[in-house]
Design a protein around this ligand. Sequence first.
Ligand SMILES: [Zn+2]
Length: 1094
Amino acid sequence: ISKFAGYASLNSRVLMLLGQLEKINGEAMVRDAETARQVTAKILHLIQTQGESAHTPTCHNTRDVQTILNILYILSELLTVGRGRRVGVFVSKGGTGILFQILLSNSKELPPSEELMLQLHSLLAKVGSKDRKFGVKARLSGALNVTVNLVKQNLQNAKLLLPCLQVLRVYSTNSVNAISLGKNGVVELMFKIIAPYSKKNTSLLKVALDALGALLKSKTNARRAVDGGHVPVLLALYLDWHRNDTRHRHMLIRKGLLVSLRNITNIKLGRKAFLEADGMRILYNSSTECLPVRTLDPLVNTSSLIMRKCFPKNRLPLPTIKSAFQYQLPHVPAAGPVAQLYSQPPGVDDVVDESDDNDETEADTENDTENEEDEKDHHTSNDDIETDLNKLHPKKNPGRPFEELRVYERFFSELSEDFQVILFLKNGSSVYFISNNSVLSLNKDSLLKLKMYILFKKFFISLEGSSNWGSDCGSEGPEDEAGEGAVLEVPDTALLLPLHDPDVYVEMVKGTHSVPQYAEVAYPDYFGHITPTFREPHQERVYGVQRSKIFQDIERLIHPNDILDKVVYDLDIPSCPVIEDDGESLKFNSQFESGNLRKAIQVRKYEYDLVLNSDINSNHYHQWFYFEVSGMRVGTTYRFNIINCEKSNSQFNYGMQVLMYSVQEAISGRPRWVRTGTDICYYKNHFARSSIAAGGQKGKSYYTLTFSTSFRHKDDVCYFAYHYPYTYSTLKMHLSKLEALRTPQIYLRQDVLCETLGGNSCPLLTITAMPESNSNDHICQFRNRPLIFLSARVHPGETNASWVMKGTLEFLMGTSPLASSLREAYIFKIVPMLNPDGVVNGNHRCSLSGEDLNRQWQNPNPELHPTIYHTKSLLQYLAHIQRAPLVFCDYHGHSRKKNVFMYGCSVKETVWQSNISATSSDLQEDLGYRALPKILSQIAPAFSMASCSFVVERSKESTARVVVWREIGVQRSYTMESTLCGCDQGKYKGLQIGTRELEEMGAQFCVALLRLKRLTGLRNHQHLLDLESDIIGSHSCPTTYVMDEDEPSFLEAIDYSAESNDEDAEPENEHGSEAHENPDHLDHLSDSETNHRD
Ligand SMILES: [Zn+2]
């Protein structure tokens, strides 16, 4: 015996034992068995008594059960103490394989030593979860069958059964093993162990359930369980445990049963069997009983997940998902979503796919999976980085020949202006819409005024008798019809809202053309909005709010008689969208500019399902909403559910509230939108989304945005909106009032760039400083100012972009010294609303052509995308005359991120984020593109540099930012994204964003441009980049490339990915993919489970 004295590390002891064990098992010659037995027994004793200072044996070639057992005992002791690391060493040195060899060779002895089998399985169970290849090794060594046979032969022998089941549980986490074990009857075997209900030997039961749960992840096994009639068995068992486990000591067993049900219901047959076995009612009732006990949350959550998955998919209550409004295009684009929409044969039901949930065949390749949308986005986004270096190197594209572009010269008269008629401008006469006077020349006796009056009167009458109002206007009864202006006291907002004027607003509305030919004006747009003085922090999410909302939804199925299902508003009924009024329901209206609400259904006394209208000539993009509510009761809490949202997640899950405007508040001197709503959450619902509406994907659902609110005033008229509305008529009003801010020093010109498809004009503004005089020098300085080109609101639902633009415009027209310097430094060309038609008609994303205009910049069609076509032409004209702008920026809103940030274009940062090899010359890049965002992050509190990205994506290659960078050659070409929600950094951290902050952002953008001027001005001197890189920061490492969404995942699962079976099609052959080898699955059933996304 060679001794290994004292101080060697325990790890090396494990190794030596391993070597010993291999030899003992491998060699046939039995020599000195007695000695070996004694020695190993002694060592075991030593280890047990002295722990760390034990001696270890070597070199004894024996094949003897007792010796092996002793060594196994020692190993077991060693691996138990300080477990993790030693098990790691054991595994890395091939320990698992040796254990399997021993298992195999000893299983051939008849009968095999029970004690040896027990020890081997105990050890295997111990190392199994730490060995990533455990499942493969087991299968290849043939150990699966050994264990299965042991289990079959020892069903009554709990002592041996337990470690065998523990090992089986690890085997089963490998998907190939799971199929093979299923074939060998292991699913049936597990059901034998777990049923019928008995509290005997619960630890055995728990392990068997874990193994069963893992096996049922395989669709073949799930089908086997359904065919074997086990779904009712599982439900009955669950109910037994629910009833008998009154002190909740066996939570894990109850959870295990649910996990099995959860996995079985991943297949269609499983869901069917669940419903047939009255699973909804069983889980609903048991969960309701569990709700008060917080420790039972995992049961409630898993039950809720199963119920949501099995909830029969409903049809959206609509005749078609195409917009309720029709607009005939001059011609249909040759390809793309609009072409598809038009080529759809008449009579096709686009609301739901009938084939979707009725398919009885459950092939192995069945595709009822629904991948987590976010994950998918994530992957494609990574693939989305532009790797074509040719495309990355901006190559100016002259575009149309100069002869064609010459007509745009008229939009740049400042570049040739000689100011011989300067007096004309100085006398202040309006030059509003010089080239198209249609807006102001409309005659006044339009239908509109009448409509307004009727509305006012209606409102007034409804106010009669209300105590807080009666005294104010008691003298003006309904019979007093003479003075229409007197009926409503318009709050005097002139002082607070310098650019707002209700009368001008009404004038502007007359010139606005909407597809539904709206004749009413929404009060908020008429009265205006004054930003509240109080802070509006992010709404804290109440624990369990989503769950309780979902339970209310499930109750619709459990107690169908409680559901009213009363349609109270419906745009699809052409004659009469408002249903008769019996005083028991709220009244809804959305027929005004930017309004969006298609249908309202009263589902319970104080609960309404709301359906949004899709963008015109489209069948999706449901997000923006803006509607009126009246007929409310004071002090009652109403629940509203917008049931056809499409995005898989929303800032409504992260503190964002909806906006509400009360007319009663407004006439009491507080005309304002306020953040409103409690119990807000956003989750996947049970309304099926047809593949037509989901880009060909089957089995998709819609999402619900739910919020609750109560009303403070009787007989109020309130409005709800996704974000602070900003209509096209509001823009025109602001632009006309902007004229009033003009001073003799300001050069302001307003042109009409073009007409939209819907007949609205697209304004183009030019703002700069008048030349100091008409001396040659001054005129020369005037003409040679660099250009700044700004645009906004290409996406109608991003109203925040308009508020930022309002801030920019007001700052530019301001009297501050900064504003004068800015005007003297630059010529501003601004298209404040690139998509007036979308805004007017309440679209979320598109123009009337049904297309996202910010994907048309590469090849805009003059007929279908006139605003983009002509804006691009302006830029092409500038490029031709060598006057490409210094900065181009398109203002947007972001629905899924916080703060304000920019996207820019950098070759270097794109190359860095991809794996393409690039020469060093590719990486030489002027860092100038970083200066503006960097300055903004220093001066604008809402702006976050960390959220900026300068990566060029393939999917964005037809956006304004990328096209202006690539084709026009503007290095500083940006998209500026403002959050719809709020900030999580800086001065506004924890607050929701308001119009004050948005307007401030627009003003700060101007200030930043002035600082940029100083920097670029210095460039003519020697130290070019030094100063700029000073500002940019010395180590300008690339910003992280952030995807669409950067919120952490929730404690309360936002989505239930289990509906999506995360597995792909199961591998057919034995040696197929081992990608699912994930021993961590074992941890699924831990009590501390908080993440339900498994
Ligand atoms: Zn946008």
